[in-house]
Design a protein around this ligand. Structure first.
Ligand SMILES: Nc1ncnc2c1ncn2[C@@H]1O[C@H](COP(=O)(O)OP(=O)(O)OP(=O)(O)O)[C@@H](O)[C@H]1O
Length: 259
């Protein structure tokens, strides 16, 4: 399916100090199933707003956002968000239970309430949570509480939780932006490896051109005032991506020249 997620003529205004400010203007792009699309642009150009619109947390003023041809009208368990904030884990739950909690919530249906979890099902969720904790190399910390972890470790748990839930679309809002550069590169590598083995549909917001070039299949470049798409680039660089390669630097420079 070529147009899995589609934005058509999307505009968004905010009320700011008694006047309306156009934040996003006539945004058009589509994302294929299994594609990792980076949304790249300067601070304040409306990247987070775009994710919130796709998540269904806020509504467009004009235009349509659809998934598999169906208009998105509100939040849904098919779309899951990962934030930049280190404090997105529940502090009163262990690392493992943070992931199990999210898995339970994502599988909650009217018939299957929180009060009734058969033993086998609970066991399955635990195994799944452990599997994803192993993927982010934190198995030995499963019984730690968030306050006992570094910022990078918390972000790895949050990433494991997001991936474990297996939402159809993952909306990642600068998830590595608060990390030191080494941890950031480690997590970029981890996400890239996980994505190679099991392609998910991911929208990854960043203002870091090299992060976008390292991770994305498609790079949607926005300008600010108002936020508008100025280019959509396919990124066909081969894997594993080498940050020092000539092709990597050429694409990074091409994007830099757009601003
Ligand atoms: N709830 C709101 N009410 C009014 N204005 C808002 C609201 N949310 C965001 N804005 C404004 O919309 C613009 C875009 O904000 P947004 O957070 O989407 O940008 P961004 O590209 O994600 O920025 P950054 O990279 O700095 O996180 C900014 O000018 C911001 O002040």
């Amino acid at each position: 399916m070529s147009k899995y997620l589609e934005l058509k003529s999307v505009s968004k205004k905010y009320q700011q100090q008694n006047k309306e400010e156009l934040v996003l203007k006539n945004v058009n792009f589509s994302v294929k199933k299994g594609e990792l699309a980076a949304i790249l642009g300067p601070s304040g150009c409306g990247k987070s707003t775009l994710l919130k619109l796709i998540a269904g947390f806020i509504k467009t003023d004009q235009g349509i956002i659809s998934k598999e041809g169906r208009i998105i009208r509100g939040p849904g368990l098919d779309r899951i968000m990962l934030f930049q904030d280190f404090e997105q884990l529940f502090p009163w739950l262990t690392v493992l239970n943070n992931i199990i909690f999210a898995l339970k919530a994502s599988r909650k249906t009217e018939k299957n309430s929180f009060n009734f979890w058969p033993g086998q099902f609970r066991q399955d969720l635990k195994l799944l949570a452990k599997e994803y904790l192993a993927k982010v190399k934190l198995s030995q910390y499963q019984d730690y509480y968030p306050h006992q972890l570094s910022g990078g470790m918390k972000q790895r748990v949050a990433l494991a939780r997001t991936l474990a839930v297996q939402g159809e679309i993952m909306l990642m809002d600068e998830p590595f932006a608060s990390l030191d550069s080494q941890t950031r590169q480690d997590l970029q590598q981890l996400l890239s490896d996980l994505q190679l083995n099991n392609s998910r549909t991911i929208l990854f917001v960043t203002h870091d051109i090299r992060e976008a070039v390292f991770l994305a299949d498609k790079i949607i470049v926005l300008k600010d005032n108002p936020g508008e798409v100025i280019s959509v680039l396919a990124n066909n660089l081969p894997y594993p991506r080498q940050r020092s390669s000539e092709q990597f630097n050429q694409l990074s420079e091409k994007i830099t020249s757009l601003f």
